[in-house]
Design a protein around this ligand. Structure first.
Ligand SMILES: NC(=O)c1ccc[n+]([C@@H]2O[C@H](COP(=O)([O-])OP(=O)(O)OC[C@H]3O[C@@H](n4cnc5c(N)ncnc54)[C@H](O)[C@@H]3O)[C@@H](O)[C@H]2O)c1
Length: 323
């Protein structure tokens, strides 16, 4: 069957593509284990410099998902699964409301509408975020916490979660929205996510570069390593619809770490000289967004499906160094 990843040239999209190629099979909406015969990456930029791009199953559609034709060229009748990852991230969606609405909401709706035209409803995995919650929150959130986003990115993710659940209830898709924790450590360059510093304060010092942290050291974040996130996305895909009876939204398990604890982990794992490359300069916009996000979840629904977390932030730092 054909599997489509939007945002396939992005950080998580590329890791997911590599994992799916290695795995070779997925369970379709009818519960049948199917060979992945085609893996289609849709992104505004082309994925490059990955050995698996030579795999004969991989094709790329390079274009803007706000253009319906781009999405229509990827979603063909043999499409059995769609992983919808393409998005503008939190900092950009907050800075530019219109771009956030067009990419994060309008394009998601277009993609969902295209899936309705398929003879058999596909599995549809939407990557949501803990940013759907904010404001006065309990210390630990259950899966059924009401959605109270405090930024446009979170509001856009929340709208799409409701659409995914409703269209699944109607049998138009077999959807699931996975609320990912902050994924760290992200390799490469900083991105426009408000949480980007959570990777920067580990990645840059390890590369011998100074890093300025814009959030308070006391800010606490719900985090997960890239490889665990990809494993949990696949577990979310594989879960039977019967395990998600009244909502398709799942808070993905993670660990709670303060920014200060992140730097302490860096000091333990890589030494004082490396940790000393982190300095602090509060950016009120970043600090407000990050402080509005939830810090801990029971994540019972995800755990009951088999999703797992990293053992500690030290392990997350070590995993990044090993890579
Ligand atoms: N990384 C995290 O910490 C995190 C946390 C929670 C949720 N998420 C969600 O997971 C998904 C993937 O995140 P990521 O970290 O890989 O982000 P990323 O920015 O690395 O990847 C997103 C990809 O979407 C593509 N894209 C953006 N606008 C597009 C457009 N108009 N047309 C086509 N492609 C477009 C980008 O080119 C990019 O390759 C996103 O939906 C994000 O909101 C990520």
């Amino acid at each position: 069957m054909r599997v489509v990843i939007t945002g396939g040239a992005g950080f998580i999209g590329k890791l997911l593509a590599a994992k799916l190629l290695e795995r070779s099979v997925l369970t379709d909406a009818a519960g049948q284990v199917r060979e992945i015969s085609e893996l289609v990456l849709v992104d505004i930029v082309a994925a490059q410099n990955e050995s698996w791009l030579d795999d004969r199953r991989v094709t790329q559609v390079v274009g803007d998902i706000t253009d319906r034709n781009v999405l229509a060229s990827a979603v063909t009748p043999s499409t059995g699964s769609i992983f919808h990852l393409a998005a503008v991230v939190s900092g950009q969606a907050e800075a530019d409301f219109d771009i956030g609405m067009r990419v994060n909401v309008d394009s998601t709706r277009t993609l969902l509408e295209l899936t309705r035209l398929l003879a058999a409803p596909p599995k549809f995995v939407f990557t949501s975020s803990v940013a759907v919650f904010g404001g006065a929150l309990p210390a630990v959130l259950t899966d059924d916490q009401i959605l109270t986003p405090q930024g446009s990115y979170g509001a856009q993710k929340a709208m799409c979660e409701l659409l995914v659940s409703d269209m699944s209830r109607r049998g138009m898709i077999d959807g699931r929205s996975l609320r990912l924790p902050t994924v760290t450590v992200r390799p490469g360059k900083p991105n426009k996510a408000a949480s980007s510093f959570a990777s920067g304060i580990i990645r840059e010092p390890l590369a011998g570069v100074d890093s300025v942290c814009p959030a308070s050291p006391d800010a606490r974040m719900w985090c997960l390593s890239p490889s665990r996130v990809v494993d949990n996305i696949i577990i979310g895909h594989e879960a039977p619809a019967s395990a998600l009876p009244y909502t398709r939204s799942i808070s993905v398990p993670g660990i709670t770490v303060s920014v200060r604890e992140m730097v302490e982990s860096l000091r333990r794992v890589a030494g004082e000289t490396v940790a000393a490359r982190v300095s602090w300069q509060l950016d009120p916009v970043v600090d407000r967004l990050v402080s509005s996000w939830p810090q801990a979840f029971t994540a019972d629904r995800g755990k009951s499906l088999g999703m797992t977390t990293d053992a500690s932030f030290d392990d997350i730092v070590r995993a990044h160094i090993d890579q």
